[in-house]
Design a protein around this ligand. Structure first.
Ligand code: PLP
Length: 459
C-alpha cells in the first residue's frame, strides 16, 4: 500500500504525496499538465477557524471557505462528534422503501425551519449538481402530472453555475462547460444575465436591469412560454464572478415568472446558510421561489449532503396525489451526513452566525473591500454579506477589458496564494467568500494583504 512517510520534523512528506497524487489522481477542473509544469499540487493537511495549513507547515488564510462551503470554519469538534456518534449507532440505511432514519427526518424539519417562503419539503441528494438534476425532474414531473407535459424547457442564464453533471452542467451558463458532445442537453436555454461592469457600459444600472429583464422575457417568448417548466437562477451568481443583481432585478424576474406561470427555482448552493447575511439569498432579495437548491453550507462542507426544497405548490401535486417519484440516490439522506448537517444548522442558530454576518461582519467586509476603490487597479467592488468580487482594470473610466483576459487576475491570485491568502480569479476579478466566522481583525488582514499584493502590479 502507498503511504506517505513522516519526514524529519515534518509530519508529511510533501514530495512523496505529490508523486502519488501525480501518478494516480485526476483533479477536477484542472489541466493535469499545468499542475505538473507548475511544480505539482500544494498538500493541505489541516484547518482551524479561517486557516488551513499545508504539508510544509505554512499557514494559509482561506478567503474562499474551501469552495464557498466551510461556513462555520474548520476544526469544529461538535461536527466530528456528531459524525462519530451516528457512525456507531447507524452508519447507513436508505430512505427508498418506506424506511427513514430519525436523523433524516429531523434534518428535513430543521431545513424547513429556516427555509424561505414556507418551503418545507426536502428531497435529499449528495451534491448541488444532483440537487439541480433533481429540480429538472421535479419541475417536469409537476407539469406532466398537471397534464402539461410540453412544459419541459428550463430557462437558465449566461454566467450561471449550477453544477457539473450532464443535467446541471447544461443549466450552467459558462460556455467552456459545454465544450463536449451533447452539451447542453435539449430544452435548456440561457438568457443574458446582468453584469453591469462588463456588459452595461454606456448604461445606467437601472437601464442595464431593464435590458436584462427584457432579454429574459424575449428568451421565454422565443421558446414559447407554454413550453417552459421553470426558470433557475442564483440570487447572486457566484462562480460566474459574484455578479450581484441590480436593484429591482429579482422583483422583475418574479413578475415575469408569474406572468407566464413559470416555476421559479433559486439555486442557493452558495448563497444559502448565511452567506448573504440572511439564511438564504432569496430573503436578501425578497424572492419567493417555488424550489431552492441547497448544498455546501448545509453541512459546512464537512460531509457531502444537499437537498432540493419545495413547498405546497409542488407538494400538492407531487406528494399529496398518487404517483411515483422514480428518482433518488443510494446516499439520499445519508444518516452520518444528515447528523453533521443537523449539528451544523444548530451551531449556526446557537451562535447567531447568520445574524452576525447580516449585521456586523458582512457590512464591515463590504466597506473594507470598497476602500480598495482608490487603488489604480481596482475598477469595481461588488458583493453582499461575505461574498465579494474585486474587479481589476487598467482603465477605470472606459472599463476596457484586460487583454488577454485573466492576465492580471491570475498572477495576483498566485501572489496571494504564495503569501498566504487563498482567493480565486474569475476573468479579471478576484473573488472572496471566507468562512462566516471571520472576525473584523481577520477581514482587516485579508484586505491589507490584497492591497499589498495589488501594489506589486502597478505600472
Ligand atoms: N450550484 C451552485 C450555485 C454552485 O456554486 C455549485 C458549486 O459550486 C453547484 C450548484 C454544484 O454543486 P456541487 O459541486 O456540490 O455539485
Amino acid at each position: 500500500m502507498h503511504r506517505p512517510v513522516a519526514d524529519g520534523n515534518q509530519p508529511y512528506n510533501t514530495l512523496s504525496i505529490r508523486a502519488l497524487d501525480q501518478s494516480h489522481h485526476m483533479h477536477p477542473f484542472s489541466n493535469q499538465q499545468d499542475i505538473i509544469s507548475e511544480g505539482g499540487v500544494r498538500v493541505i493537511t489541516h484547518g482551524e477557524g479561517v486557516y488551513l495549513w499545508d504539508s510544509e507547515g505554512e499557514r494559509l488564510f482561506d478567503g474562499m471557505a474551501g469552495l464557498w462551503c466551510v461556513n462555520i470554519g474548520y476544526g469544529r469538534k461538535e461536527l466530528a462528534d456528531a459524525a462519530a456518534r451516528q457512525m456507531e449507532e447507524l452508519p447507513y440505511y436508505n430512505t427508498f422503501f418506506r424506511t427513514t432514519t430519525p436523523v433524516a427526518a429531523e434534518l428535513a424539519a430543521e431545513i424547513a425551519s429556516v427555509s424561505p417562503n414556507n418551503l418545507d419539503r426536502v428531497f435529499y441528494t449528495n451534491s448541488g449538481s444532483e440537487a439541480n438534476d433533481t429540480n429538472i425532474r421535479l419541475a417536469r414531473l409537476y407539469w406532466k402530472r398537471l397534464g402539461r407535459p410540453e412544459r419541459k424547457a428550463i430557462i437558465s442564464r449566461q454566467n450561471a453555475y449550477h453544477g457539473s453533471s450532464i443535467g446541471s452542467g447544461s443549466l450552467t451558463g459558462l460556455n467552456f462547460m459545454h465544450d463536449i458532445a451533447g452539451m447542453p442537453i435539449a430544452d435548456v436555454h440561457h438568457a443574458p444575465a446582468p453584469f453591469w461592469w462588463r456588459d452595461g457600459r454606456g448604461q445606467t444600472l437601472e437601464e442595464h436591469c431593464i435590458w436584462a429583464l427584457d432579454e429574459l422575457e424575449a428568451t421565454i417568448r422565443h421558446v414559447g412560454a407554454e413550453n417552459v417548466a421553470a426558470f433557475i437562477g442564483e440570487p447572486v451568481q457566484g462562480a460566474g464572478g459574484v455578479l450581484t443583481p441590480p436593484p429591482g432585478y429579482w422583483r422583475g424576474v418574479q413578475e415575469i415568472c408569474r406572468k407566464y406561470d413559470i416555476l421559479l427555482i433559486c439555486d442557493e448552493v452558495v448563497c444559502g446558510f448565511g452567506r448573504t447575511g440572511h439564511w438564504f439569498g432569496s430573503q436578501t432579495y425578497a424572492i419567493e421561489p417555488d424550489i431552492i437548491t441547497t448544498a455546501k453550507g448545509l453541512s459546512s462542507g464537512y460531509l457531502p449532503i444537499a437537498a432540493s426544497v419545495f413547498g405546497d405548490r409542488l407538494a400538492s401535486v407531487l406528494m399529496d396525489r398518487p404517483g411515483p417519484m422514480n428518482h433518488g440516490f443510494t446516499y439520499s439522506g445519508h444518516p452520518v451526513a444528515a447528523a453533521v448537517a443537523l449539528e451544523n444548522i444548530r451551531i449556526l442558530k446557537r451562535e447567531r452566525i447568520v445574524e452576525r454576518v447580516g449585521e456586523e461582519t458582512g457590512p464591515y467586509f463590504q466597506a473594507k473591500l470598497r476602500e480598495l476603490l482608490d487603488h489604480p487597479l481596482v475598477g469595481e467592488v461588488r458583493g453582499v454579506g461575505l461574498m465579494a468580487a474585486v474587479e481589476l482594470t487598467r482603465d477605470k473610466e472606459g472599463r476596457t477589458p484586460i487583454e488577454p483576459v485573466s492576465s492580471l487576475a491570475t498572477p495576483v491570485r498566485d501572489l496571494c496564494f504564495k503569501t498566504g491568502l487563498i482567493t480565486r480569479g474569475v476573468r479579471d476579478s478576484l473573488i472572496f467568500s471566507p468562512p462566516l466566522v471571520i472576525s473584523k481583525d481577520e477581514i482587516d488582514w485579508l484586505v491589507k494583504r490584497l492591497r499589498d499584493n495589488l501594489d506589486q502590479f502597478i505600472g
